[in-house]
Design a protein around this ligand. Structure first.
Ligand SMILES: [Zn+2]
Length: 359
């Protein structure tokens, strides 16, 4: 029994080895056939579409990487827009590989971003150059000799863009110098306008002052308020004319309905009238019953009036010294003969002249 079983096993093992040998040989033959006919390649797909086969994926990827990382000069970075995917397959030995074409495709569709330096005026790009130092040199040249008041508002900013375009230093300078000249001109114009505006303002103010002075000079207080007091006046008057007192202050007479506001000094027609004290002429014209009237302001509150003049030798606004001839005696207005009607007024109120002169 044991013998039979052992024989059987031996026989079986022999058969198995024979079969195994056959399988191995067949496999080798198949592999050899495959190897002769096929080769391993990478199918390249871009966006899901197979566009070709490459033999040496590592070399191609390395080459693409080298291209994408090639940043020199103004190049800031390069980005691939297509991203090849690789799948290892067995393809016929006659399959053409397209490593170079795929590299070219990646390269041609890549987007290059350049870094340049823009010189801005008021935040607006006016020129672009390659380097920061070049931009700084240009800005300094443009700024040189320009008054600080002229706000050029120059700045340098980094620009990243896919279109590479820069100016030469000379081109940038000529562009910016035109803007600079415009800014200087605008500044000068604004300055001149401001000066003109101020001058106009000053002129208007002066005119207003003059108008005020004229208005003041053109008005005269002819009220008949009289004071019988004897207010001290810090002015030493001189007699405007010499002559005979023909009517005193405060009296009433047949030729006037009201109290006499001044002192009448009779003297020949044409006698020069002297300013009783220095001051400014504030009135010099015909004024009703006063006839030709001259008023001289001596201080804020004190005035002298010279009435019935034949003629007036001064004009409003004119400064006079004590003793200056301001007019000539006459009999204009409400008058019966040549005389000087002299008034001294304090704050518009007529005082008795004889408290101060012709005493
Ligand atoms: Zn009088």
């Amino acid at each position: 029994m044991d013998f039979i079983l052992g024989k059987y096993i031996l026989h079986y093992t022999k058969d198995a080895l024979k079969a195994l040998k056959f399988v191995i040989i067949a496999t080798v033959i198949i592999i050899a056939i495959i190897a002769l006919k096929y080769k391993p390649v990478y199918a390249v797909t871009i966006s899901g579409k197979t566009i070709g086969y490459v033999e040496n994926k590592e070399r191609l990827e390395k080459k693409i990487d080298k291209f994408l990382n090639h940043t020199e000069g103004p190049i800031a970075f390069i980005e691939a827009t297509i991203n090849p995917e690789y799948n290892l397959i067995l393809a016929s030995r006659t399959t053409k590989t397209v490593d170079e074409q795929i590299y070219a495709k990646v390269k041609d569709t890549a987007v290059t971003t350049y870094k340049t330096y823009a010189i801005t005026v008021n935040g607006e790009q006016k020129a672009k150059v390659d380097t920061q130092s070049q931009a700084e040199e240009i800005v300094n040249k443009v700024k040189a000799g320009v008054q600080q008041e002229v706000n050029l508002d120059l700045a340098i900013t980094e620009v990243f863009e896919t279109n590479y375009s820069v100016s030469s230093t000379d081109e940038a300078l000529s562009t910016l110098n035109i803007i600079k000249d415009e800014k200087i001109a605008a500044y000068e114009k604004a300055k001149a306008e401001e000066a003109a505006r101020k001058a106009e303002e000053a002129r208007k103010k002066a005119e207003e002052e003059a108008a005020k002075a004229r208005a003041k000079a053109g008005t005269v207080n002819t009220s008949i308020n009289v004071s019988y007091g004897n207010e001290p006046i810090q002015i030493a008057f001189i007699q405007p004319v010499s002559g005979t007192i023909s009517s005193r202050f405060g009296v009433r007479s047949s030729i006037r309905s009201s109290v006499h506001t001044g002192l009448d000094i009779a003297t020949p027609k044409g006698t020069p009238i002297k300013a009783a004290a220095s001051g400014v002429v504030t009135f010099g014209a015909m004024k009703g019953a006063y006839g030709n009237l001259i008023v001289v302001q001596h201080s804020d509150s004190i005035q002298t009036y010279y009435a019935h003049c034949n003629s007036i030798a001064v004009s409003p606004g004119q400064a006079v010294e004590q003793g200056d001839i301001i007019g000539y005696v006459g009999t204009t207005g409400n008058s019966t003969g040549p005389h000087l009607h002299l008034e001294i007024r304090i704050n518009g109120v007529a005082q008795n002249p004889q408290n101060y002169l012709y005493q």
